[in-house]
Each structure stands twice: as structure tokens, then as C-alpha cells.
Design a protein around this ligand. Structure first.
Ligand SMILES: NC(=O)c1ccc[n+]([C@@H]2O[C@H](COP(=O)([O-])OP(=O)(O)OC[C@H]3O[C@@H](n4cnc5c(N)ncnc54)[C@H](O)[C@@H]3O)[C@@H](O)[C@H]2O)c1
Length: 339
């Protein structure tokens, strides 16, 4: 049994605290400390989870020998500093998405964790959902044929972040981590376009285009400025198409739809025909991904295992974000992903 602390109790931290508290009830977490600079946020956690201890003193968590792992759910701009302090104090860490702001920071954390033999895990929650893993199985089985492209929309009204980060740093880590996981690779180059409509310098609506090897393109639209909540991801293959949408009762559907060539080297629409053999909903479990993710973090600490969403996997997402920011600053220019 392991002592775990959650750092940051804003929007996401209380969900982590609730799941850790459940794991404490199940006997998988020995001691739980919830920490935030804001005392009111600590009090709120204490009232909901009486067994959790709370503190506003981050240093006291670092010096507490019974705490082996830290889950960092503070603003993105604070991840690197807090994570580095935690690793240097000998703590295993899971950092909420995105791992860090820059690839340089991520590489340094990976190096420290490796030298100190500590777990460094990226909080890519969607990779722990049943639907995303089932979709990966379907893609890998070849049922969809050769993957042609991926489309992803993550749109809603808000939430603008207090942290000075744009919509890509807030939402695109989900799209990038899921698509990298599904395709089993990272993009070679990206281009991004977007605009800040309200807060100067903070892009609130953006399009990101990622180029993978074999000509696969992934297009992502992320926005804090949209009238409806849209979370649709589609993977289009030569044989079938898959749609993943967490706003639907059936999150995953495989469509036996596509275009067949009537002759090789098609020259016009006369040389193709459409195929529509319907849709098959795919059953997935409705368990909370965050609990599976936290249980995995604890297992990695106890068994000295490399996490599924390792520091390296987190770095791949940060590299895309960094390249996307460069592209945004240069009117959507194509930016190659650096090693
Ligand atoms: N995995 C997901 O689906 C998901 C969803 C939402 C947010 N997140 C991530 O969670 C992280 C936090 O996001 P949020 O929306 O909860 O932010 P937030 O601004 O609502 O909360 C951050 C909290 O951290 C506290 N904090 C800041 N510095 C601290 C320090 N040094 N020590 C202790 N507490 C400190 C603040 O007081 C605040 O309460 C971000 O990385 C975000 O990207 C992940």
C-alpha cells in the first residue's frame, strides 16, 4: 500500500481526490493527502472525504516519508517546477496533461526520473477509457483497412483557463494523445491556424493539422467558442470507418461505409461507387477512466513498471503543442517535429 498526494484542488484535482479516496476505501492507498495553496479548497475536500488529510504546505508533502507518489493537477505553467521539486525529493509523479509547456522541460524531467529510478507518468486520461482501447483494437485488427485520415472536434462554450494558455494547450493534448495511441506513431509535421477573439494572445478557436507517415492526416478543431458540446472523433479507413463520441449513449460505432473503385486508376466520379452497409454499435464498459489511470500509477510505483502513458509519451504530445504554437505564430506555416 502506497501513500499518495494530489497537488492542486481546482477543477480537476477534486475528481482525482475522489478517485484516490475510493482507492483508499478499497485498501489500495494507505494514506491520502490533498494539497492546495487555497485553504478553502482543502476544506471542501476534507468535508467530502474525511479520511483524506489536507494541507496548504507543499513542502510538508515533499518531506513526508509516507507519501511515495504525487499526482500534479496544478495549472500547466506550474507543472515543470512542481514536478522537478517532487522528483528531486524522491517522489514518483503523475502529471496532468500536458506533461509540461516545453519539450526541453519534459526531457529534463524524464532524465531526472530515469536517474532516480522514479515513475514519471503523463495524465492522458482518455488512454485509460474502454472505448479508446476498443477503438485501438479495431484499428490494429485491420478491420478498417488502411487508415486514410482522422478528424477530431473538441468544441464547447469555454472553459477559458486562468492559466495563460491557449485552447490548443488546454484541449489538444486529448486529441493528440488519442490519435498518437491509435496510429501507434507521432506526427512528422504540423500546421495550425487560430485566433484570439477576446483575450489578446490567447487563441480561443484553433485548427491543428498533423501529418503522420504513410500520408495519414489528422485534423483537429478545438474551441472554447462554440454553441454546442462536440466531442466527435472519426477514423476513416479504406474498408470501414469508426466514430468515437463521448456525448452519445453508444460511444463507439463502426460504419461499413466507403467508396469502392469500379476500375483501377479512377478518372472521374463515374469510376467509383458508394458502399453503405450500415453501422454497428460497439459495446464498451462505462467505468471511470480516472480510477483506472490512478490505479495504474500506483501499480507502476509498487511494481517498478514503466507507465503506459510514460514521460516519453507525454513528451511526444508536448512536441506537437510546441510546433503548433510556432505554426500559429507564423500564419499556419508547416513546422516539422524536432527529435
Ligand atoms: N485529464 C483531464 O481530462 C483533465 C481535465 C481538466 C484539467 N486537466 C488538467 O489538470 C490540471 C489542472 O487543471 P484545472 O482546470 O483543475 O486548474 P485550476 O486552475 O482549476 O486548478 C488548479 C489548482 O492548483 C492550485 N495550485 C496552483 N499552484 C499550486 C501549488 N504550488 N501547490 C498547490 N496547489 C497549487 C490552485 O490554487 C488551483 O486550485 C491541468 O494540467 C489541466 O490541463 C486534465
Amino acid at each position: 500500500m502506497t501513500g499518495i498526494a494530489v497537488i492542486g484542488l481546482g477543477y480537476w484535482g477534486p475528481k482525482i481526490a475522489r478517485n484516490l479516496s475510493k482507492l483508499q476505501e478499497l485498501g489500495e492507498v494507505e494514506r491520502l493527502i490533498a494539497c492546495d495553496l487555497n485553504e478553502g479548497k482543502c476544506d471542501a475536500i476534507k468535508s467530502q472525504h474525511p479520511k483524506a488529510e489536507t494541507t496548504t504546505d507543499f513542502d510538508s508533502v515533499l518531506s513526508n516519508k509516507s507519501i511515495k507518489g504525487l499526482v500534479i493537477a496544478t495549472p500547466v505553467t506550474t507543472h515543470y517546477k512542481i514536478a522537478k521539486q517532487a522528483l528531486e525529493a524522491g517522489k514518483h509523479i503523475m502529471i496532468e496533461k500536458p506533461l509540461t509547456q516545453t519539450a526541453e522541460q519534459a526531457k529534463e524531467l524524464i532524465k531526472i526520473a530515469r536517474e532516480k529510478k522514479l515513475v514519471l507518468m503523463a495524465g492522458h486520461t482518455f488512454e485509460y477509457t474502454s472505448a479508446v482501447n476498443k477503438a485501438k483494437e479495431i484499428i490494429d485488427s485491420g478491420e478498417l483497412g488502411k487508415i486514410l485520415f482522422v478528424n477530431s472536434s473538441r468544441l464547447n462554450l469555454g472553459l477559458f483557463q486562468l492559466d495563460p494558455i491557449d485552447v490548443l494547450y488546454d484541449l489538444a493534448p486529448h486529441d493528440i494523445s488519442i490519435i498518437n495511441f491509435w496510429l501507434g506513431k507521432e506526427p512528422k509535421a504540423v500546421s495550425a491556424s487560430g485566433k484570439s477573439h477576446f483575450i489578446p494572445g490567447i487563441v480561443d478557436d484553433a485548427h491543428l493539422c498533423m501529418e503522420y507517415s504513410d500520408g495519414v492526416i489528422a485534423n483537429v478543431h478545438d474551441s472554447w467558442l462554440y454553441p454546442i458540446k462536440d466531442r466527435e472523433m472519426a477514423v476513416v479507413g479504406t474498408k470501414k470507418m469508426l466514430v468515437y463520441d463521448i456525448t452519445k449513449e453508444n460511444e463507439l460505432t463502426v460504419y461499413d461505409k466507403g467508396v469502392d473503385l469500379l476500375q483501377e486508376n479512377a478518372k472521374s466520379a463515374k469510376d467509383i461507387e458508394y458502399r453503405d452497409k450500415g453501422a454497428v454499435p460497439i459495446a464498451t464498459e462505462k467505468t471511470e477512466a480516472l480510477q483506472a489511470e490512478l490505479a495504474h500509477f500506483i501499480e507502476c510505483i509498487e511494481r517498478n513498471k514503466e507507465p503506459k502513458t510514460s514521460g516519453e509519451i507525454g513528451l511526444r504530445v508536448v512536441k506537437v503543442l510546441e510546433a503548433a504554437e510556432q505554426s500559429l505564430a507564423h500564419n499556419g506555416a508547416r513546422v516539422e517535429i524536432r527529435e
